[in-house]
Design a protein around this ligand. Structure first.
Ligand SMILES: Cc1cc2nc3c(=O)[nH]c(=O)nc-3n(C[C@H](O)[C@H](O)[C@H](O)COP(=O)(O)OP(=O)(O)OC[C@H]3O[C@@H](n4cnc5c(N)ncnc54)[C@H](O)[C@@H]3O)c2cc1C
Length: 387
């Protein structure tokens, strides 16, 4: 049998792709080396920020907007709660051009994108920030952008819902099965796993941090960097109800390199906070998955104590997660450089989850129709030639 399409890697991007493929054909296969959702890659930790005016670049806005529609469609079809709207507060110094995800001018680009796409928002001066959001310590020159429809997604539930829907539509899913190699033969790609050999017209690689393996012996073999990141839940010491989703939005303090979420785990569940660390590269095979007391203490002293009110140094829990970065923070959504019937997506760069539903649609359209209505020109590998 020859499948119409096969997705390898069923995390954020692969589960979305399989779901979108399954709306068109049931002759599709998805495999994963683990049993998603799992904690070995980039898509775990209970929450991911979603927002519509994308400070990493206006070219991402259509992906975010389409994803909102797809999350709501999935919620209607499955009865699951995937997307929680809390509003989003993004704060920086009025004069700063601070980076997020390797993209400069995060706050300014966010405001411009909101204005050009008509996305509902308010701008706040320092006094308004202090009055409305007593959970934070603001600085004298801070300005805020508040987006009404920002919020958070539950990544594990999104993966499970999409895989369940794909299966309901007839897709075959095989977990704990690892792809070892691929070979193009005429119009067919032959995929060898540790358990079987498969033939497919289109192969889609959504292998997250493992995607570097598929670039070996191509001009892009040194393009991507995998970085270890830590998610922390710090103890709430004051009135818990100030930190719940009805009172506290998702937030990014871009100058202070800290972002986080309202508390969803009850009074003892902690406030989830994180920073971004790019100093060293790693790999999914060799990454240190243990969070030390010293790094937890450094996180508290540098990023938590100076910026929040009522959050204590006790860490309720922490978890290691992986960013796969392109040099400029854009995604890669393209044909494999040496295999014409192989598509691939590296849609992380630290901000990919909110776009993953739309990335799945794009990959399914490319695989089954050979084209997509989305502008994926910024995500072509050619942009990164020589980098
Ligand atoms: C700490 C952290 C915070 C983040 N915060 C946000 C946020 O707030 N908002 C946001 O939008 N985004 C955020 N992101 C980014 C987002 O989570 C990622 O863009 C997204 O999860 C990437 O998904 P993926 O499908 O590419 O990778 P993964 O979900 O890791 O999936 C890859 C899958 O491929 C499988 N695989 C790999 N190789 C093989 C093989 N050979 N055979 C079979 N299976 C294979 C793996 O087992 C894995 O299941 C964050 C990421 C991290 C790490």
């Amino acid at each position: 049998m020859v499948f119409d399409a096969m997705a390898v890697g069923l995390g954020a991007m692969g589960s979305a792709t399989l779901y979108q493929l399954s709306k068109q054909t049931s002759h599709i296969l998805g495999i994963d080396q683990f049993a998603p959702p799992h904690t070995h890659g980039s898509t775990h930790g209970e929450t991911r920020i979603t927002r519509q005016a994308i400070g990493e670049g206006a070219h991402f806005v259509p992906l975010a907007l389409r994803s909102y529609e797809l999350w709501r469609e999935l919620e209607r079809n499955t009865g699951e709660n995937l997307l929680t709207i809390t509003g989003g507060l993004f704060v920086g110094d009025a004069q700063s051009n601070s980076q997020m995800h390797h993209k400069p001018d995060f706050l300014r680009t966010t405001i411009q994108a909101a204005e050009s796409f008509g996305i509902a928002h308010r701008l706040l001066d320092t006094d308004s920030l202090r009055r409305e959001f007593p959970q934070f310590q603001f600085r004298a020159n801070d300005v805020g952008y508040y987006e009404d429809e920002a919020g958070f997604l539950n990544p594990e539930r999104c993966i499970s819902a999409q895989l369940a829907e794909a299966q309901r539509n007839g897709a075959t899913i095989r977990t704990n099965e690892r792809m070892l190699s691929m070979e193009s033969k005429g119009d067919v790609v032959i995929v060898q796993t540790d358990q079987a050999t498969y033939r497919t017209r289109k192969l889609i690689l959504t292998t997250g941090s493992w995607i570097t393996e598929s670039f070996r012996n191509t001009p892009y073999q040194d393009l991507l960097r995998v970085h270890r990141q830590v998610l922390y839940w710090f103890a709430i010491q004051s009135d818990y109800h100030l930190y719940t989703p009805d009172r506290m939005p998702v937030f990014i303090l871009s100058d202070r390199e800290v972002y986080g979420f309202p508390a969803i785990g009850g009074p003892t569940g902690g406030l989830k906070l994180a920073t971004e660390v790019y100093a060293q590269s790693t790999s999914p095979q060799t990454v240190n998955r243990v969070v030390s007391e010293a790094e937890t203490q450094a996180m508290y002293e540098q990023h938590v104590a100076p910026n929040f009110v009522g959050i204590g140094p006790a860490c309720v829990k922490s978890v290691v997660c992986l960013y796969t970065m392109t040099p400029n923070g854009d995604f890669i959504i393209d044909q494999h450089p040496t295999h014409p019937n192989v598509l691939l997506a590296s849609a992380c760069s630290g901000h990919g989850f909110k776009h993953s539903a739309a990335v799945g649609q794009i990959l399914a359209e490319l695989a089954l129709l050979g084209q997509t209505g989305f502008n994926i020109q910024p995500f072509q590998l050619a942009h990164f030639a020589g980098k």
